[in-house]
Write a protein that binds this ligand. Structure first.
Ligand code: ATP
Ligand code: MG
Length: 247
């Protein structure tokens, strides 16, 4: 059965000096899927997000969005084309309210002089889904870690993306908060019909919502498949055990 690929990452290599942070990585992302991206620390996950979203340009290979080559575009151009992302280190505007933080992203996609009413409605709806309605007037600095992470997702969603890249949005959360975040992620995908790629170290979360998983190790793709296939893959187990051995 053929499925439409919304994003095609082809043979991407990204070097930092002598280090190959990504080594000939190819991934096809299907429209509407939830794809988990995993791998030990330093395996290149965030670098891949940075390449997809235009923060880094690879030395080799290409990134295609709906058939268009976006490899050399700038981050704001890629954001406008429909790829939203969160950052591993969240940095909201701390002295601005939760609502204003989301509006800043939302207004980015509105042409100058355009009507903002729809954006305001959309941002409020996003905050409702992110379970932050009660906090809309609170300065972002006043939020808990879990709430800041949900705000980060809300800001990415406010851009009205077709693809959402989530980088460790569940790190440091309690068991209960992870469950809450999982519920929100599923709701987001359902309501907005998004394609989601997410990086996560919380295995329970990955296994619960990924339809497919891609595994990176030392910059290379070492496995790809269903959660079950990947969790039984020898190379994957070795990569994780190897890392544990080093610590
Ligand atoms: N801007 C940079 N300059 C130099 N080296 C970098 C840069 N960004 C990443 N690296 C290196 O590239 C490799 C991949 O880093 P990356 O942040 O992509 O890993 P990761 O899989 O996201 O790890 P983690 O799970 O710890 O977030 C690491 O060795 C890292 O030190
Ligand atoms: Mg990372």
């Amino acid at each position: 059965m053929s499925q439409e690929n919304i994003l095609v990452i082809d043979n991407v290599t990204k070097r930092f000096g002598g280090l190959r942070a990504l080594n000939k990585v190819s991934v096809n992302v299907r429209k509407g899927e939830i794809l988990g991206l995993i791998g030990p620390n330093g395996s290149g996950k965030t670098t891949l997000f940075n390449v997809i979203s235009g923060f880094y340009h690879p030395e080799e290979g290409s990134v295609n969005l709906r058939g268009e080559d976006i490899t050399d575009l700038k981050p704001h151009q890629i954001a406008r084309k429909g790829i939203g992302r969160t950052f591993q280190i969240v940095r909201p505007f701390g002295d601005m309210s939760v609502l204003d933080n989301v509006l800043v992203s939302g207004l980015f996609s509105v042409p100058r002089g355009g009507k903002t009413e729809k954006v305001q409605d959309r941002c409020r709806r996003i905050l409702e889904i992110a379970d932050l309605t009660e906090k809309i007037n609170v300065p972002a600095d006043g939020l808990s870690i879990a709430e800041k992470r949900r705000l980060e997702i809300a800001r990415a969603l406010a851009l009205d993306p077709q693809i959402l890249l989530l980088d460790e949005t569940m790190a440091g959360l309690t068991h209960h908060e992870v469950d809450h975040a999982l519920g929100i992620t599923s709701k987001i995908r359902k309501e907005f019909g998004l394609t989601i790629i997410f990086v996560e170290h919380v295995m329970r979360a990955i296994m619960a919502i990924s339809e497919r998983i891609v595994v990176l190790s030392e910059g290379a793709k070492i496995a790809e498949g269903s959660p079950k296939e990947v969790s039984e893959n020898e190379q994957v187990l070795t990569a994780y055990l190897g890392q544990r051995g080093k610590k």
